[in-house]
Design a protein around this ligand. Structure first.
Ligand code: URP
Ligand code: ZN
Ligand code: ZN
Length: 461
């Protein structure tokens, strides 16, 4: 059935105009003035509203065995939460343990999503070991459309790779034309700082930041950039949190390293004092790299607006407060890391970025959708409103008030990091490939309709 969205203001990263959008089947078939509705079409009046391309979260964890526990969301709960917030495409990290087989891990992660998601999805392939068999397995995984890698410089003894493995992964990425995404923190420094803090009785969540200070992250970024420069690989720093780390990435880009930067909504709107809240409340705000001193926030906002930072993600890693975060009551190093935000990313970015004048509307679309689509081989199918693109559309009320609460959110998690926060602007209608999936706060989509998006390698010479 056709859908006609009338009278909206279309906001793309590179254009802005008033027009109607006709959707036939799964794609946008026409954009223009005064388009007549075909017989039987669903007509949506978007007068006074923005129409955005569906938003893309380029860094989420839905299935994640981590720190002795397992994330709470399933693809059903996560995709419905994503759609409630205007996100129509998820890029999940496949995170095998070092002992796991890469191809079997790809199949496992894919099985968690296939037939269970209400929105489209794809993956970055985590490389947590590199031995004699790895290259062939990774080539096979890239050939089925998982055309990006993920490495962890942190999490020594869990997901972390050695320098030799990092070198081999980047060399292979360069050869295959795929980008390697990386969690950048110096693992040795984290380990020694954690030991020192715990040994001196500093065991609460407020000490998590001290165990991973900005220089630990900056060293990780510098390390990655050195290896990227030596191999010619294209790299993407995930969840960059502070000025020191951004300086390293920017310096590398200035000398020609092919590097891109992601930050998270959490770093823009919350700071390290949240993790210092008494009575173990701070555990809700433990993630890595940690929430930083507030003075970093204007630098990150400026980075997004000026193009030093290219994408905005959530690193959604949903662990309950009860029973999961509580595992670290007597030792902050055992608090499962993550601040779930999948549902709230776009609304918070709009409220605290666009509405305060820190981010213009087109940069908002760039960092929350188009930038990730381009970097990860989804553009122009995703990330833009154009004839022939998938009809993933968000009709956005620019001034509607809202309030975030665990009582009303769709994520399968027992708390909200933003409990009681007021928001401005919200998605009124969200479509997934031409079908209305969310309208006026109601999920109208279909669990299982979300498709795996096979991607080409787009980082070749
Ligand atoms: O604290 C975080 N970031 N948790 C998720 C795992 C990761 O490092 O991406
Ligand atoms: Zn990470
Ligand atoms: Zn992550």
């Amino acid at each position: 059935m056709a859908v006609l969205i009338r009278n909206g203001e279309i906001i793309n990263a590179d254009s802005r105009f008033h027009a109607d959008i006709l959707v036939e089947g799964e794609i946008i078939s026409r954009i223009g003035k005064d388009i007549e509705a075909p017989a039987g079409a669903t007509v949506i009046d978007a007068k006074g509203k923005y129409v955005f391309p569906g938003f893309i979260d380029p860094h989420v964890h839905i299935h994640l065995p981590f720190m002795g526990t397992l994330t709470k969301d399933t693809y059903e709960t996560a995709s419905i939460a994503a759609l409630a917030g205007g996100t129509t495409t998820l890029i999940e990290m496949i995170c095998p343990s070092r002992a796991d087989d890469p191809w079997a891990s790809y199949e496992l992660w894919r099985s968690k999503a296939e037939g269970k998601s209400a929105c489209d999805f794809t993956f970055h392939m985590g490389v947590t070991r590199f031995d004699g068999k790895t290259a062939d397995q990774l080539k096979k995984i890239v050939s089925v459309g998982v055309a990006s890698f993920k490495v962890f410089l942190a999490y020594k003894g869990a997901f972390g790779v050695t320098d030799e493995e990092l070198y081999q992964t980047l060399k292979l990425g360069r050869q295959l034309g795929v980008i390697t995404t990386a969690h950048c923190e110096n693992p040795e420094l984290v380990a020694v700082l954690q030991q020192e803090l715990v040994a001196s009785g500093k065991t609460g969540p407020e000490f998590h930041h001290e165990s991973r200070p900005p220089l630990v992250e900056a060293e990780g970024v510098h390390h990655l950039m050195t290896f990227a420069e030596m191999t010619g690989a294209h790299v993407y720093v995930v969840h960059l949190s502070c000025e020191e780390a951004l300086r390293e990435a920017t310096r590398a880009r200035e000398r020609g390293v092919k590097a891109w930067v992601e930050t998270l909504i959490q770093y823009l709107v919350t700071d390290k004092t949240f993790a210092e809240r008494p009575n173990f409340e701070g555990a809700k705000f433990v993630m890595s790299p940690p929430l930083r001193d507030k003075k970093n926030q204007p630098i990150l906002w400026n980075g997004l607006q000026q193009g030093f930072i290219h994408t905005l993600a959530t690193d959604h890693a949903p662990f309950d407060f009860k029973g999961q975060k509580e595992m670290g009551r007597s030792d902050f190093t055992k608090i499962p890391n993550g601040i779930p935000s999948l549902e709230d990313r776009v609304t918070l970015l709009y409220t605290h970025g666009v509405k305060t004048g820190k981010l213009d509307l087109q940069r908002f679309v760039e960092v929350a959708s188009t930038g990730a689509a381009r970097l990860f081989g989804l553009h122009p199918r995703k990330g833009t409103i154009g004839v022939g693109a998938d009809a993933d559309l968000v009709v956005w009320h620019p001034d509607a008030p809202g309030m975030i609460s665990a009582k009303t959110h769709h994520m399968n998690i027992d708390y909200s990091a933003f409990e009681g926060w007021k928001t401005i602007g919200k998605p009124e209608v969200v479509t997934v490939r031409g079908e209305v999936a969310f309208q006026s706060g109601q999920f109208l989509g279909k669990v299982g309709r979300g498709k795996f998006l096979a991607r080409e390698a787009t980082h070749g010479e």
